[in-house]
Each structure stands twice: as structure tokens, then as C-alpha cells.
Design a protein around this ligand. Structure first.
Ligand SMILES: Cc1cc2nc3c(=O)[nH]c(=O)nc-3n(C[C@H](O)[C@H](O)[C@H](O)COP(=O)(O)OP(=O)(O)OC[C@H]3O[C@@H](n4cnc5c(N)ncnc54)[C@H](O)[C@@H]3O)c2cc1C
Length: 401
């Protein structure tokens, strides 16, 4: 591999690994630096919609993912209090036929392993651990990264894929100010054998409530159930994925909800909580030979399930842009931004709008049946398709660079 065509990636999350894989597949050398000493993901689930699996398959991961994925049959809706159930929209083969590739559900660690294994197969030494980026400098010909341990690395390009609290973004553009949404999210992983039979189905379940929602779906071949919930609450404003809460506090947030929700909450071994924050879309992601991808430049609320999908799409497209315009940094990075900035800003905006749609204040009403019927109408499959088609039909692998 010609060392002149080399890119440094900062951050070994899903976005950084997808970019590294896409670059290596195009014959561009990669050095990926990750701050942690062990390459691993947090214990949580992740859904990858058809626009994301399209890219993962193009990167050659279909077979590896089959060993760990769940291809759910459908998403169902349930009423927060009565537990009434409606079929919401079909997934499984119906979705795969409609969009060309399936909607899949994973343990984040399994998806992460599939990506890092594929990177290492192409270049065993590509990933360096325990390397925290603390400075970025640029000359005419290259960008230089300095690490906390005193070492440095240089390449013609640097991609900051270092997540929501990105150091590279801070160095290039300063500190953005996140705004609290008034919502707190909870997550947890439940071994399936801890749940009663009727809660073990291979479907995604959305519990709709007036001031919160609960979502749970199976992952890792159906061995685990991923639990996520969001509730309107303003007494907790810490944006971290590693802070634990208590079962009692989580149960208190969903007091009065159906017995199945209580069963799920009681079965979570360790519940984690974090505050949902928003940041306005950035007008620019690149300076000179350094650019950003994924949560580093367009962090989003989890209401459309597109954060990691966008990071994967970014990785594919930045690789294509660098492949085509490697000798012209301005052209390469401006083309990348032109192709991605508006779309990702639209996703971030829509996910924010969905924050209110994810709750159903009408469900607080007393005349439950009438309200529930209206909800079933408003959340029909056709309405959902209108909301999601523009996301799922997007094909990052077919875009003219
Ligand atoms: C509750 C919840 C549910 C979600 N569900 C979904 C979903 O279903 N589908 C979906 O598509 N998205 C989902 N997302 C969003 C998704 O998790 C993120 O958008 C995605 O993980 C972003 O990937 P990334 O690679 O950009 O950043 P990250 O995954 O944050 O990776 C950044 C990496 O950079 C490293 N790093 C940080 N700073 C430095 C440094 N200075 N030097 C070196 N390394 C550094 C970090 O250690 C980390 O490994 C969800 C998010 C939440 C909060």
C-alpha cells in the first residue's frame, strides 16, 4: 500500500471503524487511534435500518452479521396503561423486499466486533489503543496528531470520529453548547430467560405513553432484550453513557404503566440513565486536511435510530471522496461535506421534532378506548412509511462522488 495515501482516524467507535474499513477497501492506508485500552462498545442494543445495512453489506459484512443479528418480524405498538397491542409496521422480509436490505437489531458490541475484525483482516496493525488525541496541527502537506502519552502521528488527512464529546471538533471549532431537552433516557439489557414467554417475541415493541415511551427489542440471536425508555424529567442533566441509576428510580419514572413494563424494569440487572441534549447542526466540519464524522459533527437524539447509521454512511462517503480527490484536500473535504451536511442536518432536525411525536399526551385522557383507536389510526403503517421512506431509501453506496 502506498504510504502517501494514508489517513489517520481518531476514535474506534462504529463510525471510525466503518470509515477505516471503507478506506482500506479502497486501498488507502489507515491508522486508527482509540483512547481506551480495550476496543469495546457499551452494553446496549442498536438498530440498523435498511440504509445502514446497505452500506454494511457493501463493505462485505453480511455474512459476519448473520451470526449475531436479529431480523425482527415487525414493530408493534402498545398502550402504556391498558397494554392493548397494535401491529405497527412490518419488518423482516417485507422490509428487506421494500428497501433491498433488511432492518437489523444488534448488541452494539457484536456490530463493533464485526467491524473491527474486518479492519484487522485487511490490516492487522491498523488499530492502536490507549492513544488519546490532545492536539491537532497542520502543515501544507500533512496533519499531525499529538497524543496524551507524548507520542505523535502524521498523515495527509485526519478524520475525527471521536464521538459526541469530540476533542478534534473542540480543537477545530471550539466548544459547542449543548441544550438540555427536558428528557432523561434509561437503558438496560435483559437476558431473555428472565422474561415470561409472551415478552420474548422477535418483534420490536414501542409502548406509547403521555409523557414518556418504552422501547424494547431482541438482540444477539434473541438471547437478550434491549430496553430503552425516555421520560420527561428535568432533575438530571448529565450526558454520560456510563452512569447507573436504580431499579426503584426507573420504576418510579414509569409508575402506573402496564404490568409488562414493570416486569421488564424489574428484570434489568443494571439500569443506566443519561440526559438527552441537543446541539445545533454545524455549518462546517473540515479545516485544511482535518474533518469530522458521526457524532463528532452531527450528534442526534435517538428518536429516529439514525446516529450510528449516519456515522456508517459518512464513513463510506468520506472514503469515496478521498479515493477520488486524494491530492486535493479542499475538493475532497468540501465534496464530502456537500454530500452529507444537509442530509444529516435534516435527520437531526427530524429526530428533534420526533421527540414530541414519541409521546402521546392524548393517552392521558380518561376515555381510553376512543383515544386508543385514534392513536392506532395516526400510527398506521402508511403514515409511518411516509415518515421513514426518505431515510431508508437513501443509498450512500450509489451516490455520484
Ligand atoms: C439510547 C441510544 C440509542 C441509540 N440507538 C441507535 C440506533 O438504534 N441506531 C442508530 O443508528 N443509532 C443509535 N444511537 C446513536 C449511536 O449510538 C451514535 O450515533 C453512534 O454510536 C455514533 O458513533 P461514532 O463512531 O460517531 O461515535 P462513538 O460511538 O461515540 O465513538 C467515538 C470513539 O472515539 C473515542 N474517542 C473519544 N475521544 C477520543 C480522543 N480524544 N482520542 C482518541 N479516541 C477518542 C471513544 O472512546 C469512542 O470509542 C443511539 C444512541 C443512544 C444514546
Amino acid at each position: 500500500m502506498a504510504s502517501a495515501r494514508k489517513v489517520i482516524v481518531i476514535g474506534g467507535g462504529i463510525g471510525g471503524l466503518a470509515a477505516a474499513l471503507a478506506l482500506l477497501k479502497r486501498g488507502i492506508d489507515v491508522e486508527l487511534y482509540e483512547q481506551t485500552n480495550q476496543l469495546k462498545e457499551v452494553g446496549a442494543g442498536i438498530q440498523i435500518s435498511a440504509n445502514g445495512t446497505r452500506v454494511l453489506y457493501a463493505l462485505g459484512l453480511e455474512e459476519g452479521l448473520e451470526r449475531v443479528q436479529v431480523k425482527p418480524m415487525r414493530r408493534i405498538l402498545r398502550h402504556w396503561q391498558s397494554g392493548e397491542t397494535w401491529n405497527w409496521f412490518e419488518l423482516g422480509d417485507v422490509s428487506a423486499e421494500r428497501y433491498g436490505t433488511p432492518h437489523l437489531m444488534f448488541h452494539r458490541g457484536d456490530l463493533h466486533d464485526a467491524l473491527s475484525d474486518a479492519v484487522r483482516r485487511l490490516k492487522p496493525s491498523a488499530i492502536s489503543l490507549g492513544k488519546r488525541c490532545v492536539a491537532v496541527e497542520q502543515t501544507q502537506a500533512q496533519a499531525v496528531i499529538r497524543f496524551e502519552d507524548g507520542t505523535s502521528a502524521a498523515a495527509p488527512y485526519v478524520i475525527g470520529a471521536d464521538g459526541i464529546h469530540s476533542s478534534v471538533r473542540k480543537i477545530l471549532f471550539g466548544l459547542g453548547k449543548p441544550v438540555f431537552t427536558g428528557c432523561v433516557a434509561w437503558r438496560g439489557l435483559i437476558p431473555l430467560e428472565r422474561l415470561p414467554e409472551h415478552l420474548r417475541r422477535l418483534v420490536g415493541t414501542n409502548w406509547l405513553g403521555p409523557h414518556g415511551f418504552v422501547l424494547h427489542y431482541p438482540i444477539r440471536r434473541g438471547e437478550l432484550m434491549n430496553f430503552i425508555s425516555v421520560v420527561e424529567r428535568d432533575d438530571w442533566q448529565v450526558e454520560s453513557w456510563v452512569i447507573t441509576g436504580t431499579t426503584r428510580e426507573l420504576a418510579n419514572d414509569f409508575n402506573g404503566w402496564h404490568a409488562d413494563v414493570q416486569t421488564l424494569i424489574e428484570a434489568i440487572p443494571v439500569p443506566y440513565k443519561w440526559a438527552l441534549m441537543v446541539r445545533p447542526p454545524m455549518e462546517q466540519w473540515s479545516r485544511g486536511r482535518v474533518t469530522l464524522l458521526g457524532d463528532a459533527c452531527h450528534p442526534t437524539l435517538p428518536f429516529l435510530g439514525q446516529g450510528a447509521v449516519m456515522a456508517i454512511e459518512d464513513g463510506y462517503i468520506i472514503a469515496a471522496c478521498l479515493d477520488k480527490y486524494f491530492d486535493g484536500p479542499e475538493r475532497a473535504l468540501s465534496r464530502y461535506e456537500d454530500l452529507r451536511r444537509e442530509r444529516t442536518a435534516a435527520v437531526v432536525r427530524k429526530a428533534h421534532e420526533n421527540r414530541t411525536m414519541a409521546f402521546e399526551p392524548r393517552l392521558a385522557a380518561q376515555n381510553e378506548n376512543a383515544v386508543a383507536e385514534a392513536i392506532a389510526r395516526d400510527w398506521q403503517q402508511e403514515r409511518v412509511k411516509e415518515r421513514l421512506d426518505w431515510l431508508y431509501t437513501y443509498d450512500a453506496t450509489a451516490i455520484a462522488i
